[in-house]
Design a protein around this ligand. Structure first.
Ligand code: EPZ
Length: 420
């Protein structure tokens, strides 16, 4: 298993290119099951989860052709359709459940593995199943698989999500594109990645309209057209690099990225003392000499502070000049990074879903273990400001969502190398 060696402390300086968004790519790739014709997708991030989704599509009968160093992919469904999404692929990437909606809409049949949990939570899919059921999907769960069918086309319906869910919103929008008649979905998640998905589907001829802040209307169509589409930039990667600049008192230029996507995060970084300049497609950030503490950051659905940046901000607040608190309100177990940060010297107390972070921490290098995708990158950030050489194990977690992060970090001044 690969590991990372990082020698700190360091100072970020330079410019970074943000890759395509993993969390936009995954639902868009899953939705290609709806198409009969070729779809070309550009600006794909070269991360493990995208590779897993492409393997899943291949196993379901799609022909995958790569171009431009695997950042562009051409997907064509061959005649032989398959409807079985195996546990072996879905267990490593919970977004595998996103093939259920398009399969039931297109083939009216599907055997999809339940995703199973992960370290950050149980990851149930009840909101997905409730919405698809209302669209006409019947299902039975047998031996960890969802055996679904719909006796012909799905039927348009009105449905209100009991809770906001990114994946359930995506699955339902995708499924409703080929349903008979009109669907109105209420209490939807509105993450930018969902807007990227609806922009993609609309450009292929789907009839989708956002008619309220969290309400979307979809009128079913017979089929979708062949298109070429470029995935949006990854806002979590951009936010992670901004935290790196703030943490190391460095300065960083992020080009070709829409700063509006991380307005909440940039406001928080300004609050802790960073100097930030934004143009339409550019962000310049200069880290503060003294990091101010912040009370009560709460992770919530977009447009509030994202759970996927919680671990990264926790590292930042360990270096603040006073006590801060972060409340994790989305996942039930997303403090796995705390035990590892404590090994570097962090002083953090957990009370239920609240973390109380003492500031003014001097991190000392240590050997560390990654647990989940965003926790791993938090360990990378902490190692960058720890005195000495840290080792981070099991970085396959990191590779799920960050494209060769060590190359990008080395280019902006971090003493980092990968040991395979
Ligand atoms: C998406 O996961 C993202 N993944 C996650 O990013 C992100 O953390 C999450 O949204 C929240 O923003 C992708 O987009 C591929 P949810 P998803 O459905 O869709 C519970 C990363 O690091 N829930 O909005 O699974 C669920 O357990 C990943 O890139 C149910 O109870 O998130 C969670 O507590 C991690 N039943 C909450 O709702 C359901 O049917 C929000 O989950 C679905 C979800």
């Amino acid at each position: 298993m690969d590991k990372l060696l990082i020698k700190g402390p360091c100072k970020i300086k330079g410019q970074v290119i943000i890759s395509g968004s993993k969390n936009a790519a995954l639902p868009i790739l899953a939705s290609t099951i709806l198409f009969d014709k070729t779809v070309t997708i550009e600006n794909l991030p070269r991360v493990r989860d995208v590779d897993t989704m492409l393997s899943l599509l291949k196993s379901l009968g799609s022909k995958i052709q790569f171009f431009n160093n695997k950042k562009t992919v051409k997907i064509t469904k061959n005649k032989k359709k398959k409807i079985y999404a195996p546990y072996s692929l879905v267990k490593t990437m919970r977004a595998g459940i996103l093939v259920l909606g398009p399969m039931i809409a297109k083939y009216h049949k599907s055997v999809t593995s339940l995703p199973g949990g992960c370290l950050i939570g149980a990851r149930p899919v009840n909101y997905h199943l409730n919405a698809l059921k209302k669209l006409g999907m019947k299902y039975k769960i047998k031996k960890g698989y969802i055996h679904a069918n719909s006796n012909g086309k799905l039927k348009g319906t009105n449905f209100k999500f009991s809770n906001i869910s990114v994946g359930a919103t995506e699955n339902s929008i995708i499924a409703a594109c080929l349903a008979r008649g009109k669907t109105i979905l209420k209490n939807c998640a509105i993450e930018p990645e969902i807007k990227d998905l609806t922009n993609f589907l609309k450009s292929a001829g789907a009839k989708i309209k956002w008619i309220g802040k969290r309400t979307v209307q979809i009128e079913g169509v017979k089929s979708l057209n062949s298109i070429k589409y470029s995935i949006m930039g990854d806002r979590i990667e951009a936010g992670t690099f901004c935290v790196a600049a703030a943490l190391t008192k460095g300065n960083l230029l992020i080009k070709n990225f829409d700063s509006n996507l991380i307005q909440t995060e940039l406001n928080l970084l300004k609050k802790i003392g960073s100097k930030i300049k934004t143009l339409k497609k550019e962000i310049y950030i200069k880290g503060p000499n003294k990091i101010k503490n912040i009370n009560n950051i709460i992770t919530k659905e977009y447009p509030n502070f994202p759970t996927d940046l919680q671990a990264q901000f926790m590292v930042l607040l360990c270096k603040a000049n006073g006590r801060s608190t972060i409340t994790e309100s989305i996942f039930e177990n997303r403090f796995m990074h705390v035990a590892e940060l404590r090994r570097l010297g962090a002083k953090i107390i957990i009370k239920e879903n609240k973390a109380i972070i003492e500031g003014n921490t001097e991190f000392l290098a240590a050997e560390l273990m990654s647990s989940d995708l965003r926790a791993s990158v938090a360990l990378v950030l902490a190692a960058m400001v720890a005195k000495g050489q840290s080792v981070i194990n099991r970085i396959y977690h990191l590779d799920r969502g960050y494209e060769r992060i060590e190359n990008k970090l080395r280019k902006i001044g971090v003493n980092i190398k990968r040991l395979s």
